[in-house]
Ligand binder design. Sequence first.
Ligand SMILES: [Zn+2]
Length: 367
Amino acid sequence: MKEIKRNNKVRIAKFISQKGVTSKAEIAAELGLSMPTTLQNVRELADGGVIQENGAYESTGGRKAKALSISPDVGYAGGLDITANHITLVLVNMKRELVCKERLKLSYENTFAYYEEMGKHLHSFLDRSGAEKEKIVGIGISLPGFVKKDEQLLLSSHVLNVRNVSFKNLEKIIGYPFSLENDANSAAYAELTGSSRNTVYLSLSSTVGGAVYLYDRLYQGENFKSGEFGHMVIERDGRPCYCGKKGCADAYCSAKVLQKLTDDNLEEFFRRLGEKDQKCLQAWEEYLEYLAVVVSNLRMAFDCDIILGGYVGGYMEEYLPVLGRKLMKYNQFDLDTSYLKTGKYKLESSAYGVTMDFVEKFFDSLE
Ligand SMILES: [Zn+2]
């Protein structure tokens, strides 16, 4: 009985967090709870400082109800995204708002000195954020590779050029509970939180990866290796891939393919592309042709929305129409390409997404 009661409270708090702003009537209707149950839980959550009532909420048709939202300072979760040459830090509150962010250059190496430096940046960032230390529930760490979450182990990362790196002994350096997650999965969480739609997330960064989000959860695969779209073969006997095979999507659709023309600077590539630089135009045309093949295959396999994310995804918005036209060549099933989307969180998507685990845990632990 007590557990059912607690369960309702957790569900209500999570619902409010996902909605941003809502009303008692909406909670009762959406969660299928009676009004007395809803009222009692809302009162308890407000008394506990978890939620607040502020202003009026315009519900459809009826009179204006009181607006309920999560108190912005009831708790925080940190996110740390490690890439080959940068770390990105974010702090997110329990309303799932990005409170602050920072991206800085720090070249990865699997040494104690690196992790110590990383920890220093993390703590300085959290101090400057102004969030009370005891309100930070944990730090999510996003990594470009295969991750074994329950063992806090980075199994392998091509981008970081390491295997079997245990993060277990970093407890002291991090100083908070922490968990590891793959970067593409994290970015997918960021883009899909609160979404009720099945979605495939295609990450177009230094490597090509992705994540499959079905029925409100990530499909991880039997060996935590689902969504490795970069190693789908799209050209028989094609370009060599770093994995040892030939013709993998990665060899055609990673950001590296583009930025190798501009000293490994993707921003510069798109700047020159905008200026109609011939070489960039040609490379981009070819890139989009192959990307259309990948996207078309994913659409055929999953029949759902596809988000183009990662570094290249961050520039994709204005090129969606041209990619759409290329796609239609391969796809006789769809009448249009409105299933194709770009992400909301550009460079922060992985750091933001990896905090969501702790946001959920915060609500799960409500008494
Ligand atoms: Zn490959």
